[in-house]
Design a protein around this ligand. Structure first.
Ligand SMILES: NC(=O)c1ccc[n+]([C@@H]2O[C@H](COP(=O)([O-])OP(=O)(O)OC[C@H]3O[C@@H](n4cnc5c(N)ncnc54)[C@H](O)[C@@H]3O)[C@@H](O)[C@H]2O)c1
Ligand SMILES: [Zn+2]
Length: 380
């Protein structure tokens, strides 16, 4: 990490790095922590580690892609800056690694490398790494500390905030896990430049979601600066990551364990998850959420909660980011309806939908009919 590598996006030289970090506090009593955001922040990670006090390791947990992009450089940086006992543990990249076998393999590597109860784990990677490493930290020797260095836009705006960790089972996603908060999150915008476009779009869909549920101004910033967003202009992106983290942190701190309020984060996700599953995961998460947000916005507009003009604005914004707004023709409509009812968040046989109550506000209802869903996904 000699300079911040921006790949296709703007390259920042070391002198262009401002060394001023966006800071978001996640207020959770004695488990409160900070999210620090900015291009180049990983270069200063040794200083941040020092502030955490004594620990053993650290043990960087990362996937096989991120090991090549940043993992080895981070290991060198830490070793060169006083952390001689740093280690790098890797697993094969991809959702298919998010399972118990990977957790057991990593736990055994920790034992082999001498990790004790004072170990500090670093989750360096996307949401898959964050979920695996957070879970591992919460159970290894009955719990050790961990910090997050999210390297996908989705991880920076979503999965690294909120403390949900876990892995998948053959029966379904995220079925085993814990609530466990990191001690610190460092989101380096610079590392996002090596991300494939599809991964950037996954993160952007979540940022649009935050605008829709909580912040009209954020939505308008996305409209006005969409070109900077596409190109991951570092300081515009840092602002968007900060605002997204603030919104998620605010929601999570009011409802850490998903009692009710946290449900607003599922805007676009109820229909989105069904589309994702019925497509056999050929529709990506961000694409499915984009489709889901447009569909629930149409339901909201037909119920008089949202102006049709605002539905159009949402459609235009989503299209700017090359995300889809319609359910692919080939997906069975009835299968989507059936899937909605199997969603693990269904309670008392009722599916909860987060509707848009204008741009920037929501209303949760449980009386959306199948025909309203069908009309909305096919564009009326
Ligand atoms: N815990 C939560 O609250 C929460 C919230 C949302 C999603 N999630 C979970 O997050 C996961 C999805 O996260 P994701 O989209 O980040 O997936 P991911 O971690 O698989 O990353 C996507 C791909 O990008 C690669 N990658 C990561 N950083 C890179 C970089 N800087 N440059 C180039 N390539 C890079 C990875 O190797 C991987 O191939 C899912 O498992 C989902 O369940 C968890
Ligand atoms: Zn999501």
């Amino acid at each position: 990490m000699h300079s911040v590598s921006f790949g296709k996006c703007k390259k920042l030289s070391e002198s262009e790095i401002k060394h001023e970090w966006e800071d978001v506090q996640v207020p959770l009593g004695d488990r409160s922590y900070h999210i620090k955001i900015g291009p180049g922040i990983l270069l200063e990670s040794p200083g941040f580690l020092k502030e955490l006090g004594p620990f053993s390791g650290p043990f960087i947990v990362t996937d096989s892609n991120v090991a090549d992009f940043v993992g080895h450089d981070l290991l060198t940086l830490l070793k060169d800056n006083g952390y001689k006992t740093s280690h790098l543990l890797t697993f094969p990249a991809g959702e298919q690694s998010k399972n118990m076998d990977t957790v057991v393999a990593l736990a055994r590597s920790l034992v082999e490398k001498g990790a004790d109860r004072n170990a500090l784990l670093i989750a360096l990677g996307g949401g898959v790494t964050g979920d695996i490493c957070g879970f591992l930290a919460s159970i290894y020797m009955r719990g050790v500390d961990f910090i997050q260095f999210p390297t996908t836009l989705l991880a920076q705006v979503d999965s690294s905030v909120g403390g949900k960790t876990g892995v998948d089972l053959p029966e379904g996603k995220n079925l085993v896990g814990t609530f466990s908060q990191p001690r610190l999150v460092l989101a380096d915008i610079g590392v996002l430049c090596s991300l494939p476009a599809k991964e950037i779009r996954n993160g952007i869909a979540e940022i649009v979601k935050y605008g829709m549920i909580k912040d009209r101004e954020l939505f308008e910033t996305l409209e006005a600066k969409w070109w900077d967003v596409v190109n991951l202009e570092p300081y515009v992106t840092a602002f968007l990551v900060k605002r997204s983290c603030e919104i998620k942190a605010e929601v999570v701190s009011k409802d850490e364990r998903e009692g009710g309020y946290r449900r607003i984060l599922n805007f676009g996700h109820t229909i989105g998850h069904a589309v994702e599953a019925v497509s056999g995961y050929t529709v990506s998460h961000g694409e499915a959420v984009a489709i889901g947000m447009v569909a629930v916005s149409r339901i909201s507009a037909s119920r008089g909660l949202l102006d049709w003009q605002d539905v159009e604005r949402l459609v235009r914004l989503i299209e700017r980011f090359d995300l889809p707004v319609k359910v692919p023709e080939e997906l069975e409509r009835q299968a989507i309806i059936e899937n909605l009812k199997r969603d693990k968040k269904v309670q008392d046989g009722k599916v909860h939908f987060v509707l848009a109550n204008g741009i920037g506000d929501t209303l949760i209802v449980d009386d959306v009919s199948d025909s309203e869903v069908l009309d909305a996904i096919d564009g009326s």
